[in-house]
Every structure is written in structure tokens, then in C-alpha cells.
Design a binder for this molecule. Structure first.
Ligand code: ATP
Length: 280
């Protein structure tokens, strides 16, 4: 079954609004990925071939996985995930059939996304062992076969005469140079986008996005925090914001504990309650 990251308050998570500092990336994706996923008739009308494979690369924690999920949630298309290390480590075999089956499912429900996390694990030139080589070959066959015939709306994929709908394959890696060149040819991963370590302005944007639900005091200076966190990636900033939230909770609880503890000796914390006014 298709997977999506999660549901928060009845809404699919993550969305683009959950990612900070991604305006430029989203601009690039608009023409090449977002519009083709929703409106394949436009590239078809112009005779333009949509991107077959998109490689998201950059250091860990910069939002590659989150962005891929957000693309699925925003465009409302099914998302099929392959974890490359899992596929390679399967002892019982069947990895190639699994990949093929997944692609078939993706084409039946097109437009859709196939996401391959840590793609360097199967497509690394250095560790080109027999197993990896067979998996890469299968992956390329699936991408080539289906992409050549692209053009339908996906509803007619079962009929051999008609064309299948659009499936984009998104790969994520920390080691783009380790990805097999054979996978970078036209019709395969022919587009890449770098998600890098954010600079001070991007960090400010990410912090503002991460903190929008937090109860903050007066005029909070995000730039000050951004300046104090060089080298932090999105994941680090998220942890920072969460920890700050926990510290605030701890402060409130400790304040209350001091009041309670003399009176209620056992399970004092179960009696905690606050009025909005007290929490300020
Ligand atoms: P890895 O290579 O380790 O898989 P990744 O690049 O795929 O890392 P994610 O797993 O997408 O990174 O991000 C890790 C966490 O950091 C997620 O919870 C995500 O919400 C958060 N995060 C990363 N980048 C951003 C960003 N630009 N804005 C908001 N949150 C971000």
C-alpha cells in the first residue's frame, strides 16, 4: 500500500509549509515535478518529456526525505518507498521482483512517486557486488520501460496498447558521487537538486517555520539564534526548538512542584493543572 509520512490533526504531514528555507528548491520543482505530476497534459502538449528520476542529495538532516513526502502530500499522489539498504540486505532474495512489483503498482495508481532512500546503497560504483548490480539493472529496466511509453493518465495502464501515466522516481543520497553513472543517463536520474547546510538567512527561515506554533515571548529574535547556530541543519534546528520547548515545560512543572510537594506527597504530578493566566 502507498505510504505517507503521517497525519497531524487530520491533515497529511509534512506539507511544504512544514519546511523552512526551501523557496528556491520549490521554484525548481514547480516546472519539472509538481506541474507534471498534477497536469501531465502540459508537458505532453508542448512535447516536453517530464523528469524521470530526481536525485535529492546533500548532508544528513537537510530535509531530503521530508521534501519527498511533502511533494506527495501536496500533489495528492500515492507515495511508494523503497529503502535501498533494506532491499540489499534481504537474505531470502526476491528483491528484483519486489522492485518490479512496486513499479507496477506505482503505474497502476499513476501519477505517483517512487522514493528510494539512500540510493547509494544499491547504486554505488565502489561496492558493485553481484546483488547490487542485479538490483540496479532491475531498477533501470523499470525506469526505462515505463518512461519510454509515458503519456497517459494512468487509468489505462492495464491495456497494453495505451500509455501508462507519469511516475517520478525520487532518490535520496548523501553521496551523489557514489551513484552509478549508468543511473544518471537520460530517462533515468537526469535531474538533481542539492539540499545543503543552510546559511544564516535560511536558518532564520527554518527556525521561524519550526517555531510558528510555539508560544513565544513578545518580539522573539530569530536572527540572533540563527547567528548562534552555524553548521546546524534542519534536523538540528528542529531538535533545538523542541528542547527549548521542553525547558519551558520543565520550568513550569518545577514551579508547580515546589507549591505541591509540601502538601501532596504521592503522585504529585498527576494533580498538575494550569489556568492559561498562570502559565504566562
Ligand atoms: P537523512 O540523509 O539522514 O535521511 P534527510 O536529509 O532525509 O536526512 P530528513 O529526514 O528529511 O533529512 O529531516 C530530518 C528532520 O529534520 C525531519 O524531522 C525534518 O522535519 C527536519 N528538517 C530538515 N530540514 C528541514 C527544513 N528545511 N525545515 C524544517 N524542518 C527540517
Amino acid at each position: 500500500a502507498p505510504v505517507s509520512e503521517g497525519v497531524v490533526n487530520g491533515d497529511k504531514w509534512p506539507r511544504f509549509a512544514d519546511l523552512g528555507g526551501m523557496e528556491q528548491v520549490l521554484d525548481q520543482l514547480l516546472v519539472e515535478v509538481l506541474v507534471p505530476l498534477r497536469r501531465l497534459e502540459l508537458p505532453n502538449y508542448l512535447g516536453v518529456r517530464p523528469v524521470a528520476g530526481l536525485l535529492l542529495y546533500g548532508p544528513p538532516g537537510c530535509g531530503k526525505t521530508t521534501l519527498a513526502h511533502a511533494i506527495a502530500n501536496e500533489t495528492g499522489v500515492p507515495f511508494y518507498k523503497i529503502s535501498a539498504p533494506d532491499i540489499v540486505s534481504r537474505v531470502s532474495g526476491g528483491s528484483e521482483e519486489n522492485i518490479r512489483g512496486l513499479f507496477q503498482k506505482a503505474y497502476r495508481t499513476a501519477p505517483s512517486i517512487v522514493f528510494i532512500d539512500e540510493i547509494d546503497a544499491i547504486a554505488s560504483k565502489r561496492e558493485n557486488r553481484e546483488m547490487e548490480r542485479r538490483i540496479v539493472t532491475q531498477l533501470m529496466t523499470c525506469m526505462d520501460e515505463f518512461h519510454q511509453n509515458i503519456g497517459g493518465d494512468g487509468s489505462d495502464v492495464d491495456s497494453s496498447k495505451k500509455k501508462p501515466g507519469y511516475v517520478i522516481v525520487i532518490g535520496a543520497t548523501n553521496r551523489p558521487d557514489a551513484v552509478d553513472q549508468a543511473l544518471r543517463r537520460p530517462g533515468r536520474f537526469n535531474r538533481d537538486i542539492y539540499l545543503g547546510v543552510p546559511d544564516v538567512n535560511l536558518r532564520k527561515q527554518i527556525l521561524m517555520m519550526l517555531a510558528w506554533k510555539l508560544r513565544l515571548e513578545g518580539q522573539f529574535d530569530f536572527l540572533k539564534i540563527a547567528r548562534a547556530t552555524p553548521g546546524f541543519v534542519g534536523a538540528d534546528l528542529k531538535a533545538l526548538v523542541n528542547n527549548a520547548g521542553y525547558l519551558a515545560m520543565k520550568r513550569l512543572i518545577n514551579k508547580r512542584r515546589a507549591q505541591y510537594c509540601s502538601e501532596v506527597k504521592v503522585k504529585w504530578w498527576k494533580q498538575l493543572s494550569w489556568d492559561a493566566g498562570e502559565m504566562e
